[in-house]
Design a protein. Structure first.
Lengths: 273, 316
């Protein structure tokens, strides 16, 4: 089974994010970058599926995991980190500056038509623009089925997770993936015919760390670079960012000495109990 | 003439409250673009929900045909796109619930529309405010396509008011597309407590509970509150996924939010900082949660929460 995973370069959520004085974007100087955490979960799941298939005849042969990023030249680092986790090869579609989610989806469509994967795994959202739309747009552009917000029934502290078992699994007929989804009010199970788009949520798995020897090996794995235009895609956006502001600050609160004072304040001052 | 198509969400014929919040966003958009609002509701029970919605919207289309019973993204997005084309919609508005997030981008793709997702405010006919970087920045985005899809964060818009007159309901004959997805099962989390995103009081527990939610539940029941949880709690399997408050979970804005044993990671704060009054209870005086709390109490939650319950009982 060929699995394509996406890896977006994003600001590290541990870095302090501040808005530029001219309100055009955030300050990027001094900010650390990393792979989108949701995408790392997608990479991990792809690797677990590959490992499962390697030890069974379930998928009809060995699997390949291809990591794709759409972004500036610096995103090579995030592709390399996916390769260090264990992905087989990488593709960077190089486009500097802001690329909207719709353009990313159209670029990915072109890549997928070329690569013909059986399964595409991607983070449900990237933690920079927090759009949560690319996977769904891509599924529609391809005319494929989708399972968004993939999770699993077992917790992240379960024996299944400790044994690195995949949360997704092939349906009985081997032509579909069975996916547990986090939705409002409960958990839904869908079967989505392959090829399919699956976007992953937080509780699908805990991604592995890349071991040092694998980081070295990753430097030698194939990484192809190309431009959106080479794929016949015009990357101009349908949605532009025209201004960025700091969020309204919350007024500083107070510390109360004891429970009696707290309840008194809530009753008399805030009038909420 | 602008036409705004509101997508209603329903389950078993019951209109979801988030729809009425999304309607307010649609009304604000109508003020900017001079448009008229129609609605569409899809799935098993659509007619019943459409009748309820007709108290708020002049014309409600419903799609209840067999191929649309379950809320599959492929079929429901297709029904909306067909309806949007039939009424020449210039804008499609939907609540950014799990359902809305699932289907809205597919609608946009079918309409060649740009999509502004999880919108906090309507700036103009084509500009919208939305949070980025876990709410550390608020962007104004412009959708440059003639047709626009907008999903809205329900907690940022008050519920719409009923109109004086009752609107019409009308069956819409959508062509069912054969989906590539099959519904297997839905395991509903049953709770007698109010829904997290709709509750006026939320009591949340974090890692400090060590998995013991009894004091949280006790106070929540006394206050008629919903229960929330930090990511750590949900990751550990101590509470269901559905209760996670945060950037990637539920965004809540109750009148009172009580955070007990929650350190206050930025991802959690992004999901609750819109609350009117925030109370933080934590043993660690340096916990970042105290920076967003109106009232902070440095204490062990296992002592403080039962004591709060006792004090509140005295008031009643």
């Amino acid at each position: 089974m060929k699995i394509l995973v996406t890896v977006k370069r994003v600001e590290d959520y541990e870095s302090k994010i501040t808005v530029r004085p001219d309100n055009t974007w955030i300050v990027t100087e001094g900010v650390k970058y990393r792979a989108n955490p949701f995408d790392e979960i997608a990479v991990e799941e792809a690797l677990r599926l590959r490992e499962t298939f390697a030890s069974s005849s379930a998928s009809g042969g060995p699997s390949e995991v291809v990591a794709v990023s759409v972004g500036g030249g610096a995103a090579v680092a995030e592709i390399r980190s996916a390769l260090a986790m264990g992905a087989d090869r990488g593709i960077l579609v190089k486009q500097e500056g802001f690329v909207d989610s719709d353009a990313v989806a159209r670029v990915l469509k072109a890549i997928i038509e070329k690569e013909k994967p059986d399964l595409v795994l991607m983070g449900k959202q990237a933690v920079d623009v927090d759009d949560n739309v690319t996977g769904q747009l891509l599924a529609e552009y391809l005319g494929w089925g989708q399972a968004t917000f993939a999770s699993k029934k077992e917790s992240l502290e379960s024996p299944e997770e400790k044994a690195r078992k995949p949360g997704l699994f092939l349906a009985a007929d081997k032509k579909a993936m069975r996916v547990v989804r986090e939705v409002d009010g409960g958990v839904e199970v869908l079967e989505v015919q392959l090829p399919a788009i699956v976007t992953v949520d937080l509780r699908l798995n805990v991604p592995r760390y890349a071991a040092l020897p694998n980081i070295m090996k990753a430097k030698k794995k194939p990484l192809e670079e190309l431009a959106p235009q080479a794929l016949g895609v015009d990357p101009s956006p349908k949605v532009k960012v025209v201004r960025v502001d700091a969020p309204p600050a919350r007024a500083a609160g107070i510390k109360v000495p004891d429970v009696a004072t707290l309840v008194k304040k809530l009753h008399e001052e805030a009038k909420v109990v | 003439m602008a036409t705004i198509l509101l997508i209603a969400e329903q389950a078993q014929g019951q209109l979801k409250k988030a729809t009425l919040h999304a309607l307010t966003a649609a009304e604000q958009l109508a003020e900017k673009n001079g448009g008229q609002i129609q609605a569409v509701v899809i799935g098993e029970g659509a007619l019943s929900a459409a009748k309820d919605l007709a108290a708020y919207v002049q014309l409600v289309h419903f799609v209840e045909a067999e191929g649309f019973a379950r809320p599959l993204a492929e079929t429901h997005s297709s029904a909306v796109a067909q309806a949007a084309k039939a009424v020449a919609a210039t804008d499609v508005v939907i609540a950014a619930s799990a359902y809305g997030k699932d289907i809205a981008p597919r609608i946009a793709a079918q309409l060649s529309a740009g999509i502004a997702s999880d919108v906090l405010g309507i700036v103009s006919a084509n500009q919208f405010k939305r949070a980025m970087w876990a709410g550390n920045a608020i962007a104004t985005v412009e959708v440059v396509t003639p047709v626009k899809v907008v999903s809205v964060r329900a907690t940022e818009f008050a519920p719409a008011q009923r109109r004086g007159t009752t609107g019409a309901t009308q069956a819409f004959a959508a062509t069912a597309r054969v989906p590539r997805t099959k519904f297997i099962e839905f395991n509903q989390i049953k709770s007698a407590r109010p829904e997290l995103t709709e509750a006026s009081v939320v009591v949340s527990g974090g890692r400090g509970t060590k998995g013991d939610f009894k004091p949280i539940e006790q106070l929540a029941d006394l206050l008629g509150a919903a229960i929330g949880a930090s990511r750590a709690v949900v990751d550990a399997g101590w509470q269901p996924n559905d209760l996670q408050v945060g950037q990637t979970g539920k965004v809540v804005a109750p009148k009172l939010y009580v955070a007990a044993g929650i350190s206050g990671a930025i991802q959690h704060v992004a999901g609750m900082k819109g609350s009117k009054t925030i109370v933080a209870i934590n043993k660690d005086p340096e916990a970042p949660i105290f920076q967003v709390a109106d009232y902070g109490l440095v204490a062990d939650l296992f002592q403080a929460l039962p004591a709060i319950s006792e004090e509140v009982k005295k008031l009643k």
